[in-house]
Write a protein that binds this ligand. Structure first.
Ligand code: ADP
Ligand code: ASP
Ligand code: MG
Length: 412
């Protein structure tokens, strides 16, 4: 039995015609003799709409109910895809996450997959079913509640199924024909990559390139899943798209492989914090407990025993952060004068394994931004990435300038 996993993102199942088109792609693979597991996203825009309903109803929502609502978009497309395949005389049925079951942690809104028992679906394949259609993005917690895997989580469902079923490949069908040096929608010189290393893809994804969810790349790397990104709008060969693979399997050696951005960032500054041991723990402990994902952190030099502490987090977590810090202040756990929130920032990053051996990438990056008069608010670096926080209005300009500065339109 050779199992192939095919995942269709939101634009690829945006309406019944698109679902019919995706089903035709599935039929091609079935004709080649594969048993296929299809993972579907919700129709494009659907999850955003559902998230909006939740936020309008309850700004500091109960995450379990958030999951109950936001997981529902995938139920619709899974059923429709199975129906479409049946219309084409292909034996198929749908599964919601809890029916498989996709067993996850109880971290609602960003649950991790812990196990996917395969017996149920394998038995159906043995009985003659050709396609198992599974609703992506959702699972079930040990408490028996529906969970979701975080935005973009259907990618992770797909890779987790590919690992659990030892699939020959995991194909991620989306609205671009592969992974590019940067988002082709904001930089017309972006170049499609035939291959990209797991580690680079992991960084690009975690820094905002939403073409693959970060955890899907992590899982593919850990379980050696053959992961490919390709377009659902074009005729495809087995070589199409971008293969995410080991570093050793790539010839290209630009210092920088790609540029990523994240639009929805916020910068928060606590002014005049007493500079004493334990103060960082007293600030970031309550934020962690409130589920705020703190990213960059800067502590200023202190004057007269007081300092400013700045951090960044996703824009939609600002309310939670303000509440957590307000409560910690009221309890007397931390002291600060003001909490200044700037919701108009974006993060732009350059990523490349080649940075390990190339000196001067940071200097080159800062020079390119300076030439465009873009002011840098916060900087962080790691071995293979450099990120800066800037005003959101300069984000696209910065991405384009960096793409030019590192010569990414040409292969190395
Ligand atoms: P899907 O609905 O299929 O999951 P997503 O919208 O989640 O699709 O991801 C695909 C989008 O990712 C593309 O339309 C593109 O705008 C964006 N993107 C960001 N960075 C990149 C990149 N480096 N390469 C390709 N696409 C990228
Ligand atoms: N529908 C979910 C989202 O929009 C999951 C996914 O599409 O991957 O985040
Ligand atoms: Mg996606």
């Amino acid at each position: 039995m050779s199992i192939l996993v095919m995942k269709f993102g939101g634009t690829s199942v945006a309406n019944v015609d698109r679902i019919a088109r995706a089903a035709k792609r599935v039929a091609v693979e079935v004709a080649k003799g594969h048993d296929v597991i299809v993972i579907v996203s919700a129709m494009a825009g659907e999850t955003n709409k559902l998230v909006g309903f939740v936020q309008d109803t309850s700004p500091l929502y109960d995450a379990r109910e958030y999951d109950a609502v936001t997981s529902s978009g995938e139920n619709v497309t899974a059923g429709l895809m199975a129906l479409r395949l049946q219309e084409m005389d292909i034996p198929a049925r749908s599964w919601q996450g809890w029916q498989v079951p996709v067993m996850t942690t109880s971290a609602h809104g960003s649950a991790r997959i812990e196990a996917i028992p395969t017996d149920n679906i394998l038995r159906k394949f043995r009985e003659g079913m050709k396609v198992a259609v599974v609703a992506g993005f959702q699972g079930i917690s040990p408490e028996g509640r529906v969970t979701t895997l975080g935005r973009g989580g259907s990618d992770t469902t797909a890779v987790a199924f590919a690992a659990a079923f030892d699939a020959v490949r995991c194909d991620i069908y989306t609205d671009v024909d592969g992974v590019y040096t940067t988002d082709p929608r904001i930089c017309e010189k972006a170049r499609k990559l035939d291959r990209i290393a797991f580690e680079e893809m992991l960084e690009l994804a975690s820094l905002g390139a939403k073409v693959l969810q970060t955890r899907s790349v992590e899982l593919a790397m850990r379980y050696k899943v053959k992961l490919r990104v390709l377009s659902s709008f074009e005729e495809q060969t087995d070589e199409a798209g971008t293969l995410v693979c080991d570093e050793e399997d790539i010839m290209e050696s630009n210092a920088v492989a790609g540029v990523a951005y994240s639009r929805d960032e916020a910068k928060m500054t606590l002014t005049s914090v007493p500079d004493r041991p334990g103060i960082a723990a007293a600030i970031f402990g309550p934020l962690a407990e409130a589920g705020v994902n703190v990213d960059m952190i800067v502590q200023n030099i202190s004057e007269h025993g007081r300092t400013d502490m700045t951090f960044s987090c996703p824009n939609d977590q600002v309310l939670r952060a303000e509440k957590a810090l307000g409560e910690a202040k009221a309890r007397g756990d931390i002291g600060f004068e003001e909490l200044v929130t700037d919701q108009g920032v974006a993060k732009v990053s350059v990523v490349g394994i080649g940075m390990r051996s190339h000196a001067g990438v940071a200097a080159q990056m800062f020079k390119a931004l300076a030439a465009e008069n873009v002011n840098i608010k916060v900087i962080t670096t790691s071995e293979i990435k450099i990120s800066v926080l800037i005003d959101r209005k300069y984000m696209e300009l910065a991405v384009q300038a960096l793409h030019d500065a590192f010569g990414l339109e040409k292969a190395a």
